[in-house]
Design a binder for this molecule. Structure first.
Ligand code: TRP
Length: 334
């Protein structure tokens, strides 16, 4: 614990422009912790290279992801905003924890199974040990709380298992983290296949709404969203598409599902889809304006990166030294 505050850590990959799923399921919640917790929000570029990346694109997206963090309301003077590869302790602890994670448990990770099916020509070892690096990210800062989307629950369980295993072998070293998964907005589904999560790397652009999509694009995507053959704005069997749009509307307007059903009673899907698009575009407009302003100021973003990396490296070192001592690595005296 630092400064007597409990710690929050979360990470977002710079692998594709963020969607409203990333925003509602995770980033939007991040700033609610800033006052009460010491918060580390990381751009996890080392995780991103488990899938082949174009170097120029990765570099650009790393800046963009950082700018989006700030544009979404994360004040760099109140949160530690940094890039994973700038703090070498992540890779170091990642290796160490690889030796405390079991082949069998990693084989059971559903994201590994999904991603290796999708990237059959590049099932690299990093894709397999990805959750161990994620555990290192979290455990380095003695994190208590990890706000994530529901798809990361299994990885978080693994981080807890690794922490408890290590603590069991060597005595208490790591805080065992808890996940924080927002209930209603944890999972925004694809607009094309509403039984599938909205994924920022989806090849079908119509399936995802990105935080930086222009207003007309947002309106169009919602208009084309796959629903069912009915016409009533209600939840129910076979109405996953509509229900997903209802959660989006609810998340952006604060209206409850019941209120939405009342508001759109007898008005049909067309009206409702237009309203969802408007609500989403209205909510994203100020974020987009701030993003544009920040993107034009690369020097500022670089200063944020630098300050964030220095603060994170300092704090991470405390845990890493402790770990090195416990496992029996020798220290060089200065
Ligand atoms: N695996 C997370 C994702 O794809 C990103 C991530 C990496 C992360 N390290 C983390 C999230 C640590 C929370 C904490 O969404």
């Amino acid at each position: 614990m630092y400064q007597d505050k409990k710690v929050v850590f979360s990470g977002v990959q710079p692998s594709g422009m963020l969607t409203i799923g990333n925003y509602l399921g995770a980033i939007q919640n991040f700033r609610t912790f800033s006052d009460e917790y010491r918060c580390y929000y990381c751009v996890v570029d080392e995780h991103a290279i488990t899938v082949r990346q174009d170097p120029a694109v990765l570099r650009r997206r790393t800046y963009e992801t950082l700018a989006l963090y700030i544009a979404c309301g994360l004040d760099p003077t109140k949160n530690v905003l940094f890039v994973q590869s700038h703090v070498s302790a992540h890779a170091e602890l990642g290796w160490i924890l690889d030796c405390y994670a079991m082949f069998g448990e990693l084989s059971r990770m559903t994201q590994f199974k999904d991603k290796s099916a999708k990237n059959a020509d590049n099932i690299n070892a990093g894709l397999f040990t990805y959750p161990v690096l994620m555990a290192a990210d979290i455990l380095l800062y003695q994190t208590e709380l990890v706000p994530v989307g529901v798809d990361q629950k299994q990885h978080l369980e693994l981080a807890r298992d690794i922490a408890m295993r290590f603590n069991g072998v060597y005595s208490d070293t790591f805080v065992v983290p808890e996940g924080y998964i927002a209930k209603t907005t944890a999972k925004i589904m694809s607009l094309a296949e509403p039984t599938k999560k909205m994924s920022k790397s989806d090849e079908n652009e119509n399936a995802v709404v990105r935080i930086l999509d222009p207003r007309d694009v947002i309106l169009r995507k919602f208009k084309r969203a796959v629903t069912d053959s009915g016409s009533e704005v209600r939840r129910g069997e076979g109405k996953e598409g509509i229900e997903n749009l209802m959660s989006v509307y609810s998340a952006f307007t604060g209206a409850s599902m019941e209120e939405i059903e009342r508001e759109f009673d007898g008005r049909g899907y067309g009206d409702f889809k237009a309203a969802v698009g408007e609500a989403c575009a209205d909510a994203l407009a100020p974020i987009q304006a701030e993003f544009a302003r920040l993107s034009a100021d690369k020097a500022y973003l670089e200063q944020v990166m630098k300050d964030g990396a220095a603060a994170a490296a300092h704090d991470a070192q405390r845990t890493l030294s402790k770990v090195r001592r416990k496992i029996g690595f020798t220290e060089l005296r200065r």
